[in-house]
Design a protein. Structure first.
Length: 77
């Protein structure tokens, strides 16, 4: 069950990365080669969502995997 949770959080990161790529492509298509402040905000928000989900996935994996690992390394705890 714990590995399923880790796999799902990794899958969520990958899905958000695909959505981020799609958003960036649509924004680039819309604004062409010109600079637009709203385009920058849209790209930054999508990239931020990927970053937050990646950090959350690492935290989930750490919470699940570190306690058993520490018990094997230091059996006295």
């Amino acid at each position: 069950m714990e590995m399923a949770v880790i796999i799902m959080t990794c899958a969520i990161v990958m899905v958000l990365e695909l959505i981020n790529t799609a958003i960036e492509s649509v924004v680039d298509l819309t604004v062409k080669q010109t600079y637009h402040e709203l385009a920058k905000i849209a790209k930054d928000c999508a990239a931020g969502a990927v970053l937050i989900s990646a950090i959350a996935a690492v935290m989930v994996a750490a919470f699940i995997l570190l306690p058993p690992l520490l018990q094997r390394i230091v059996p006295m705890l």
